[in-house]
Each structure stands twice: as C-alpha cells, then as structure tokens.
Design a protein. Structure first.
Length: 354
C-alpha cells in the first residue's frame, strides 16, 4: 500500500490521471519484477539458491525482520524525520524481553509485550524531545543512538555473566526454526520456505496499511511530513503527530529486535548493529520519500526483499563482505537520487497545477 498527500486536481487533470499509471505503481511492479528476475538468475547460476530449507528459509526470515526495521524507519520518514537510533532501539527493546525471560521467568507473550512497551517508551522520549525542543531529528536520534549504545552495554554487563540473556521461553524455538510447513489444515500444509516469524511482519504491515490508508491520524501524519507549517495552520497537532510517529518507530524497532533475537536464540547487546543501512534501503527503495508525505508499506517489503535477494545471491557467488557493502551503498545512492527526482517532479506538478 502506498499512501500520499497530493494537491487537488482539476477535472481534466483527473481524467488524464485516470489513463496513466501512477509512478508508485510502476515502482512497485518494477521491484517485484526485479525480485523475481534476480531470484531466477541466482537460481540458474547457483541452483542451491532455490533450496527451500537451507537458503530460502533463512533468507525470508531475515527479510521478515529487516522489513519491520524498514517499517520503523518508514514511520519516522512519513513526518519528514529520520530515526538514526533504530538499531539501538531494537537492542533496547530486546534487552527487556531477555531480562523478562531470564530474571522474571515470563512467558514468551509477556516478554514480547515488555519488549514492545520499552521500544514505544524510548521512541516516545525521542519524539517528545524533538517536538519540545525543535531540534532536528537527525541530531536527537543520533544522540539517542550513542546514549543507548552505552546504556544497553552497561545493563548487559551488570545483569549477565556472558553479556547475553540465554533463557528461552516455551515457543521461541518454534519461531526460529518452524515454517508454514509445520502448520497443516488436513492434508494441506504451508511452504517450508516461509518462517513462522513472518507472522509479525504481516501484522505490522496490516496495521500500518490501515493506519495510513484508512484513518484520519494516518493522513495527519502524512500532512505533517508533506508541509508542517500548512498542517499546523490547518489545526493538526503536529507536535503530537511527531510524538506518535517516533513512538511507533520505537515500537517497530523493538519488534524487529525481538525477531532478530528469536532468530539467533540469544538476546545480546549487539542486536541491531547492522540495522541502519537496511532500514533506509527498504523504505526508500519501496517509494517512501525522505522529505515526508508519501509512504509505501508494500513497497517497503519489496525493497527489503530486493536487497535480501541481492545480498544472498552475491554471497553464494562468493562476493566478499567488503564488495557487498560497496554494492549496497551504491544501491542506496541510486535510491536517494530517485527520491530526489520524485521530489522535484512532484514539486513541478504542484507548480503547474496552481
């Protein structure tokens, strides 16, 4: 789902628009075609790429986690902000889940709720600081990233012996290793390539799709990102919308941290260390504007899947980590260039329509 805020169009413009496919539709179709084409190419070059259990299952598990990371960034971008602390917020939330399992002996669901509450709380603090002080989200989230880096490390050192919570409640091993093939309705079972962990990603996508596509609050978030001054003059409480966006961003980051911990089986301070680049890649490739006002939930999934397929395929082809990071950096630069082009084109359309 792509949601945007656009200026009113005249009747002739509306009729003309009805006969041409929107840019974001072309973009999502292009991403889908790229994902399929690259998967087929890597499958031909390395047949092991199509192994459902050994390759596709861990690949889709990573895509499910990184999609939630990208959604966390997408929510912040929707109001024209960014969240540079998305990885540390993931570690912060996961730490509380691990603490709950290890020290309080909570069931899996209760630990997950504690994790989400911690992520939402730190996100709310970040949003409150931005809205209250007027300081750039870049500065505030960067400072929060450093603060959480020290805080999480100190808490792990104080509360654990091996810098990790290793207690695993009942059900968490199933999230790590079970696929839809373990869920059957009579003789019909799911695919062994799709992990059960992906259910959290689906729920997050449905929730955000409903928020931005069907609610007034979602439209106000986009209006705040598109033009904060105009939104303020229209009576939208922009401060509260900024607070809400960062609260949701923190909550989703914590969910991603929980998913990453469930995927590895341990809760460590290093969770989220590599979340920064994927968070921007998935969101921006998917069609979310850095300047705010436009988001794409489904596009974020496709953008993350594209990056995941490229990463896994190049890894199977023997491309080293250093070269892989160069390629991903180039992809991000191209995505940022495309984002700038979309912004300029949108601005010129608005100028021509006035």
């Amino acid at each position: 789902m792509t949601t945007s805020v656009s200026p009113p169009e005249t009747v002739p413009e509306q009729k003309a628009a009805a006969h041409r496919m929107p840019f974001w539709v072309n973009q999502r179709l292009g991403l889908l075609v790229l994902v399929i084409a690259l998967s087929m190419l890597f499958g031909v070059l390395r047949p092991a790429f199509l192994d459902q259990r050994l390759v596709l299952f861990p690949l889709l598990r990573d895509v499910a986690t990184l999609t939630v990371v990208a959604l966390a960034q997408m929510v912040a971008l929707s109001v024209g902000h960014m969240n540079l602390a998305v990885g540390r917020m993931a570690a912060f939330g996961a730490m509380f889940a691990g603490l709950g399992y290890d020290k309080l002996h909570l069931p899996m669901q209760a630990g997950l709720l504690l994790c989400l509450a911690a992520g939402a709380a730190i996100g709310a603090v970040t949003g409150w600081l931005i809205a209250r002080t007027g300081v750039s989200s870049f500065v505030v989230t960067l400072a929060m990233d450093f603060a959480l880096l020290g805080l999480v490390s100190l808490m792990y050192s104080a509360l654990t012996e091996d810098a990790a919570f290793t207690t695993r409640p009942a059900g968490i091993d199933a999230l790590r290793s079970y696929s839809l093939a373990d869920i059957c309705a009579g003789p019909i079972c799911g695919s062994p390539a799709i992990p059960q962990l992906a259910q959290f990603t689906v729920l997050a996508m449905l929730g955000l799709g409903f928020l931005y596509g069907c609610t007034r609050i979602g439209r106000e978030l986009l209006l705040t990102g598109a033009n904060p001054a105009a939104a303020e003059l229209s009576g939208i409480p922009t401060g509260r919308r900024v607070l809400l966006a960062h609260t949701l961003s923190g909550l989703l980051a914590a969910l991603a941290g929980f998913m990453a911990a469930a995927g590895t089986g341990t809760f460590r301070a290093s969770i989220g260390d590599d979340f920064m680049l994927p968070s921007f890649l998935g969101a921006v490739l998917g069609g979310t504007l850095l300047t705010g006002g436009v988001v794409s939930v489904l596009g974020t999934l496709l953008g993350t899947a594209l990056v995941g397929v490229i990463r896994k395929g190049l890894d199977l082809l023997g491309v080293g980590l250093e070269s892989l990071n160069i390629y991903l950096g180039c992809i991000l630069l191209l995505a940022l260039s495309a984002d700038r082009i979309r912004t300029v084109v949108s601005y010129r359309k608005v100028v021509r329509s006035t």
